[in-house]
Design a protein around this ligand. Structure first.
Ligand code: NAP
Ligand code: ZN
Length: 339
């Protein structure tokens, strides 16, 4: 079968490898589509460690093709989405129920062969069923949506709260929709690209802001800003220094900041501890998808979250190494790989 293999840092190729067979408790899934995520580029560049040689791709869905011994609840022909993050279930974090912080966390598409291939091995415990009448491309959004859902859970949005979302990539555009579903009265998306702002307004943002050419903090929480006094909740989804600094200053006194964006290790930011203390700010990190994958699948299967407008283009497995290796094209949101 064809697969996109990371052989070493900077060495990514589409090649033929042996089709795997499911072991006990595992299924062989025929991939329908797999999304390219910024993490794939970090893995290719060695900015985040993978376990090469390995097939990349952690945002996949497909059809069950074979089932291994002892697989219950799934049958050949079912459509499934895979939760790529596998916790050990035994370490001190797992025992506290914090499976996303597992000391031995392994991910399909990072440490084990993933979804940029014709087939993937999926342990039954990592699978969630999707309806057969769902668009086969839409299941790929379960993984990023599950990560956003964890961030939204941590944000504890109350009905009527105001929310600022920084960064209009796939994560920001999913978070805008989740914030509206969670009951936010106003959701302001801050991003530079005009098409992303227009899309956010179609997806439920009540206002959008271009951060360039003026002070975006004043434009949010200034006396004549969009949310005078600041937002109840700010969700950082850009993963850049300036937006993390802005997120703290855009939160109202007593407000909450959730950091979803990933920055290179070692990056430092300027925050005033005085501000955190006297304004009682809550600053929370949100890492991956603990127990949120099935809810994400329901949100996509029910159509409560729109994902079709987030698909920029589809490419083949042979085109994937080049697409993963280059920075995303301007204005592009999600590129999906179809075997
Ligand atoms: P992305 O497409 O790179 O989204 C980030 C967006 O931020 C860009 O599209 C860019 O859009 C915008 N941006 C850049 N500089 C900005 C600025 N100064 N002000 C406002 N917006 C700015 O990536 P993504 O896939 O949506 O992911 C977003 C972040 O979440 C990444 O860091 C990713 O690694 C992280 N992530 C975290 C988790 C988790 O579990 N916590 C899971 C998945 C992804 P414009 O060009 O329009 O400004
Ligand atoms: Zn990802």
């Amino acid at each position: 079968m064809r697969a996109v293999r990371l052989e070493a840092v900077g060495q990514l190729f589409a090649r033929d490898i042996e089709k795997p067979s499911p072991g006990p408790g595992q299924m062989l899934v025929r991939i329908e589509a797999c999304g390219i995520c910024g993490t794939d580029r970090h893995l290719y560049l060695g900015e985040f460690p993978a376990a090469p040689p390995v097939t990349l791709g952690h945002e996949f869905s497909g059809i069950v093709a074979e089932i291994g011994e002892g697989v219950a609840d799934f049958r050949v022909g079912m459509r499934v989405t895979g939760d790529p993050n596998i916790a050990c279930g035994r370490c001190s974090q797992c025992r506290r129920g914090r499976v996303n912080l597992c000391e031995k966390l392994q991910a399909i598409g990072i440490h084990r062969d993933g979804g940029f291939a014709e087939y993937v091995i999926l342990p039954q415990n990592q699978a969630v069923e999707l309806p057969l009448d769902l668009d086969p491309l839409h299941g790929t959004f379960c993984e990023p949506l599950a990560c956003c859902l964890h961030g939204i859970d941590l944000a504890e949005i109350k009905t009527g709260d105001s929310v600022v979302v920084l960064g209009g990539g796939v994560i920001g555009l999913l978070v805008v929709q989740l914030a509206r579903l969670a009951g936010a009265s106003r959701v302001v998306l801050v991003t530079r690209h005009p098409e992303k702002r227009a899309l956010a307004e179609r997806l439920g943002a009540t206002a959008t802001l271009d951060p360039t050419g003026h002070d975006p903090i004043a434009a949010i929480n200034g006396a004549s800003g969009l949310l005078p006094g600041g937002a109840d909740v700010v969700i950082e989804c850009a993963g850049v220094r300036e937006t993390v600094e802005q997120s703290v200053r855009m939160a109202r006194t007593g407000g909450t900041v959730v950091i979803l964006g990933v920055m290179p290790q070692g990056t430092k930011i300027e925050i005033e501890p005085f501000d955190i203390l006297f304004r009682e700010l809550k600053i929370i990190g949100s890492f991956v998808n603990p127990f949120t994958h099935a809810r994400a699948a329901d949100l996509i299967a029910s159509g409560a979250i729109q994902v079709a407008p987030l698909i920029s283009r589809t490419i083949s497995l042979d085109e994937a190494p080049d697409a993963i290796g280059r920075p995303a094209r301007s204005g592009e949101i999600r590129v999906l790989v179809l075997p």
